[in-house]
Design a protein around this ligand. Structure first.
Ligand SMILES: Cc1cc2nc3c(=O)[nH]c(=O)nc-3n(C[C@H](O)[C@H](O)[C@H](O)COP(=O)(O)OP(=O)(O)OC[C@H]3O[C@@H](n4cnc5c(N)ncnc54)[C@H](O)[C@@H]3O)c2cc1C
Length: 486
């Protein structure tokens, strides 16, 4: 029996686990599966999408579970502007800016992939309004400092070569090379490639490995719709979806060490408090594990650590800037190919009549460069690039706060977030799917791993990857409790 079927036979059908755990717990007669008999406790480290979903599934099966979260909020890399109170960090001033928008502004994940993906199905079950990007937006591409549509670039050899590479990437079989090496394009084309097949996957095209990226793209089973929430901030939805387990989360509790040498696992937090559990699920970002943010005793196995070394986590910044005029085109979707800002979204498209806000998603060397600047310099650098592309209109039309005269903008530097330290995991050139599986190999039936970097369903680096990893890891925990071997 494969993992998926084991989960189903336990009454945790993939969609049931996602759609109905509160029903499963609160309304026992409707419970399609048995509870799992377990005397011990499961501790989950990290309250992002993976940790919250794993807790939800385990709680629904009657297993005692709790979550230790380092930061002061739930959601991890799903974080919505309106929930933020750290005004200096985000706005560079002591009070929030009034963005002229009537849709949610996101600092982390800003859309989800797949109407039939785990997250997509849940949003549908809740009947939340959404907007598919391709239904309203036409992407633009920047070459020679001009942003044009694909139709405008018809006949441009470099443009076609990039699109051809991106479109056929899932079929790539050229071995252990970076995306840039695999594409073998001109330096003019490489800038666009870096946006569409580098930044798009959380780093640069000269560091991401083509081989595993291709395998991931091929493995991903949901449709390829890119969908924005129309009215609900992503973080609000996550919290309301998992309201059954939010009281099990201990905020401001950074775990510093995990000792699993005895029958009872000892988890020490930085406040000096010891927590105990029989099993631990670690869902912290890969960057935290790779930089020794949690020390394990005994140390992690070589299988886990050498697999982790096949993946990187690059710098990441989200910048949102308000303008008085939409000079980039009403029907623009994403705009790909800048150097300072390789990827930005006309974020109001299809969501607002006042579509005058740009959301910049910046990874890799471009994010590292911005990260070293002051906030004013960051905004100035982005405006300077936009001015080149749009003939000075960015500076001309940027909105300023009437009282302070500051530019209405928000900045989230994920690299500086102590318990995130960057963007998302990406595969290096020699990484394989076996490495992804090995990152999360359970240790001694005690230590388990989840989180976007451990997803083997083709969705690593995304919300769906995090959620799929929660389904995988809870299956592993339940198998180990029940003694089922697959
Ligand atoms: C800028 C940006 C844009 C993105 N855009 C998209 C998008 O449009 N669509 C999409 O699908 N995905 C997107 N993603 C990716 C998506 O947000 C993540 O893949 C997903 O949210 C990761 O969930 P997770 O549970 O694996 O990890 P996280 O959400 O990072 O959760 C891990 C948690 O562990 C906590 N933690 C860390 N160390 C400790 C410790 N020592 N003790 C206790 N807790 C600890 C952290 O504080 C965090 O809350 C984006 C990410 C970023 C950064």
């Amino acid at each position: 029996m494969n993992r998926r079927n084991v989960l189903k036979s336990l009454g945790l059908g993939l969609s049931a686990g996602w759609m109905m755990p509160s029903l499963l717990t609160s309304c026992k007669k409707d419970d399609p599966g048995p509870e799992v008999p377990f005397e011990g406790k499961v501790a989950i480290i990290g309250a992002g999408a993976a940790g919250m979903y794993a807790a939800d599934i385990l709680k629904a099966k009657g297993i005692e579970v709790y979550i230790l979260e380092a930061s002061g909020e739930m959601g991890g890399r799903i974080r919505s502007l309106r929930n933020q109170t750290n005004y200096q960090e985000i706005y560079g001033q002591d009070k929030p800016f009034e963005f002229g928008v009537d849709f949610p502004i996101e600092l982390g994940a800003e859309l989800f992939y797949g109407s039939d993906s785990i997250w997509g199905k849940s949003v549908r079950n809740y009947n939340l309004p959404t907007q598919e990007l391709a239904a309203v937006g036409v992407d633009r591409y920047v070459l020679d400092n001009m942003a044009k549509t694909a139709a405008d670039f018809a006949g441009d050899g470099d443009f076609s070569a990039v699109q051809n590479f991106v479109n056929t990437l899932p079929d790539y079989t050229g071995g252990a090379q970076t995306v840039q090496q695999a594409a073998g394009l001109s330096s003019r084309a490489n800038k666009l490639l870096n946006a569409q097949a580098g930044n798009r996957y959380s780093s640069n095209s000269d560091t991401i490995g083509a081989q595993l990226l291709a395998e991931d793209l091929k493995a991903s089973a949901h449709d390829n719709k890119w969908i924005m929430m129309k009215a609900n901030p992503m973080q609000d939805f996550l919290l309301s979806r998992f309201s059954a387990i939010t009281d099990l989360i201990q905020l401001n509790t950074p775990v510093s060490s995990i000792n699993y040498s005895g029958d009872v696992i000892s988890i020490m937090d930085k406040n000096g408090v010891e927590h105990e559990a029989q099993k631990v699920i670690v869902t912290v970002p890969l960057s935290i594990l790779k930089t020794g943010g949690i020390s394990f005793s005994p140390g992690l196995s070589g299988v886990n650590t050498s697999a982790m070394n096949q993946f990187g986590v690059a710098s990441a910044i989200r910048v949102v800037i308000d303008f008085k005029k939409n000079f980039w085109g009403d029907n623009s979707g994403y705009i790909w190919g800048g150097t300072t800002a390789p990827q930005f979204l006309n974020s109001g498209v299809g969501r607002s009549a006042f579509s005058r806000t740009l959301s910049f998603t910046i990874y890799g060397t471009a994010a590292a460069a911005l990260s070293g600047m002051t906030r004013d310099q960051q905004i100035a650098a982005i405006l300077a690039e936009l001015d080149q592309i749009y003939a000075g209109q960015a500076t001309q039309f940027v909105r300023r706060d009437l009282t302070s005269n500051n530019i209405i903008s928000a900045v989230k530097d994920w690299t500086k977030e102590e318990y995130i330290k960057g963007g998302n995991s990406y595969p290096l050139a020699s990484a394989t799917m076996a490495d992804r599986e090995n990152i999360s190999k359970p240790i001694d039936d005690k230590i388990y791993f989840a989180g976007e970097a451990t997803d083997v369903s083709g969705d690593a680096g995304t919300i769906n990857g995090a959620l799929a990893s929660a389904e995988r890891v809870t299956t592993e925990v339940i198998e180990s409790i029940l003694g089922i071997t697959i």
